[in-house]
Design a protein around this ligand. Structure first.
Ligand SMILES: *Cc1c(COP(=O)(O)O)cnc(C)c1O
Length: 386
């Protein structure tokens, strides 16, 4: 048990939330309700004007020419692959240490995910390992390398400069899975403009979340944008009388778009708050615990604040006893899961991924964490570690 006392304990014994969407809602409630009632009274529920307005705002925000809103972050990835004509016989290189959607979309369209290890510094794709696996795949000759999906895990952009060189050398489409990093930057450029195609998610707990499912795709390339938009709307031609591609029904609805428009008004402020909180955590924990490192050239969107601990069970028990929520992202790498094992090479094939997945632990992170709560969480952690 912790000797520190839990802030707000006298007001009941509820847990300190991992992500606090209620406090944000209380702050934005009048504006969000006003905006939603406007959508309800205008009854333009599918592809209403707010959807176009949001797409314009998001493209501006990222500094890219095109933003295509879709139903969720998984569809965004799938549409990006379909627009490139990827399918059976093709290899798409993905991390194994990620949310399942990154590999799911590849298998779903009949292509083969090839798993790549991560760096233990930042948890992004290990680009030396990527090159090794690309060469291996080419030597084997069974699959044609077509794309690489890099994941900005926990909110930190990967090394897109080197990745883009590799993608060019091997003739691959580079897709940034920025579901966790919307709002982050690298060398002064925002996520969305760091790769030829970037996808994101507006799932409620992501840095920019709506109140249901939502997603978006970003690109500079007008031709590609048009193909992706067409695929997301059933593949219909502009006059609606023909279908140009086998597409899907993937739209962001107007209610979600209007919620996102309102949330965008405070998004930068929230990103700053996340960054301040992360720096506070790091300053308090770094001498005793492995904390996340953000390179000088980058900022993180801090979707999650994740630490490495030796005895995770013990730490999680201490946090739970102290009324602190925590989460494991991700405890079982994809290449060791039943559905994806056949695409990988089993235990021992991705050593860093496997080691990190045993030690990773995420602690509460959201823009409304209070100073005394941060102090209490850190004190509880430090008392458990020693
Ligand atoms: C959340 C997430 C997705 C999928 O987004 P959905 O909107 O839930 O479909 C894809 N990749 C990563 C890395 C994610 O964290």
């Amino acid at each position: 048990m912790s000797s520190a006392s839990k802030p707000g304990a006298q007001s009941g014994n509820s847990m300190i939330p991992f992500i606090d969407l209620k406090t944000q809602y209380e702050r934005l409630q009048p504006n969000i309700e006003r905006r939603i009632s406007k959508v309800l009274s205008e009854a333009h529920f599918i592809l209403g004007p707010e959807v176009t307005e949001l797409e314009e705002r998001l493209a501006d925000y990222c500094g890219v020419a095109h933003a295509i809103s879709v139903a969720n972050g998984t569809d965004a990835l799938k549409i990006a692959l379909l627009a490139e004509g990827i399918g059976p016989g093709d290899a798409v290189f993905v991390p194994s240490f990620t949310f399942v959607a990154t590999a799911e979309v590849v298998a779903d369209i009949g292509a083969s995910p090839v798993f790549v290890d991560i760096l233990d510094d930042g948890y992004g794709m290990d680009l030396d390992d990527l090159v090794r696996r690309l060469d291996q795949t080419k030597r084997d000759g069974a699959l044609r390398p077509r794309a690489v999906i890099a994941v900005d895990l926990f909110g930190l952009p990967v090394d897109y400069d080197r990745l883009e060189e590799i993608a060019e050398t091997y003739g691959l489409l580079l897709i940034a899975d920025a579901a966790q990093s919307f709002g982050a930057t690298r060398n002064g450029r925002r996520v969305g403009g760091l790769a030829p195609v970037t996808t994101t998610s507006f799932y409620p707990s992501k840095p920019l979340g709506c109140y249901g499912d939502g997603g978006c795709i970003f690109t500079e390339d007008e031709e590609r944008a048009s193909v992706m938009r067409t695929i997301a709307r059933h593949g219909f031609s502009a006059d609606g009388r023909n279908t140009l591609y086998v597409g899907l029904n993937s739209r962001l609805d107007t209610v979600q778009a209007t919620i996102l428009l309102e949330k965008l008004t405070v998004f930068d402020e929230e990103l700053d708050a996340r960054d301040r909180i992360a720096q506070d955590y790091t300053a308090r924990l770094q001498n005793k615990i492995v904390t996340p490192r953000v390179p000088q050239s980058s900022t993180s969107a801090w979707a999650l604040y994740s630490i490495l601990v030796e005895d995770r069970t013990k730490v999680m028990t201490a946090l739970a006893d102290g009324g602190i929520s925590a989460g494991i992202y991700y405890g079982r790498p994809l290449h060791l899961q039943d559905a994806y094992g056949k695409y990988g090479q089993g235990s021992g094939s991705l050593p860093v991924t496997e080691r990190v997945s045993e030690k990773i632990l995420s602690i509460p992170m959201h823009p409304y964490l209070e100073q005394e709560t941060i102090e209490y969480i850190c004190q509880t952690l430090l008392e458990t570690q020693v």
